[in-house]
Design a protein around this ligand. Structure first.
Ligand SMILES: [Zn+2]
Length: 121
C-alpha cells in the first residue's frame, strides 16, 4: 500500500505544523501533486481516513490539486509547460529538457483550528 505510506508521511508533516501552531485540530488539507508523481488521487483519498485516524487531522477535508508539468529546455533555456507523455520544449520543440515540476507531492496549505486560550502545559 504505497498510498498509505504516502499519507502517513504527509500526516507527520501536518502534525508537525499543527503542533507548531498549537492547533487543536486540522480542518482542511490542500495537497498539490504532479501528474508524473505516480500518485493516484482516489487511492490517496481512500487511504487517508485510515492514516489520519487518531491524529489531529482526523476528519479534515482533503483537497487535491493537480500541478502542471513544467520543463526547462537545455537547448534554448526556456521554461514551459508540457504534457506528461511529451516533455518537449514549447518554444523550440527540442526534447532535451529537464523536468522542473510535475513529479511532486506537496503539502500546499493547511487550515487549522487554533483554540483562543491554549490550555496551559
Ligand atoms: Zn527550447
Amino acid at each position: 500500500m504505497h498510498e498509505l505510506a504516502l499519507c502517513q508521511a504527509l500526516l507527520r508533516q501536518v502534525e508537525a505544523v499543527a503542533a507548531e501552531h498549537n492547533a487543536s485540530s486540522v480542518s482542511r488539507i490542500l495537497l498539490r501533486y504532479g501528474p508524473l508523481s505516480g500518485v493516484e488521487p482516489h487511492l490517496l483519498r481512500q487511504a487517508y481516513p485510515l492514516a489520519a485516524a487518531g491524529t489531529p487531522a482526523e476528519g479534515a477535508e482533503l483537497v487535491m490539486e493537480e500541478s502542471p508539468v513544467r520543463v526547462r529546455c537545455r537547448t534554448c533555456g526556456v521554461e514551459s509547460e508540457a504534457v506528461p507523455n511529451r516533455l518537449v520544449c514549447a518554444a523550440c520543440g527540442d526534447w532535451h529538457t529537464d523536468l522542473v515540476s510535475g513529479d511532486e507531492l506537496l503539502l500546499a496549505s493547511l487550515e487549522l483550528d487554533i483554540p483562543e486560550d491554549p490550555a496551559p502545559e
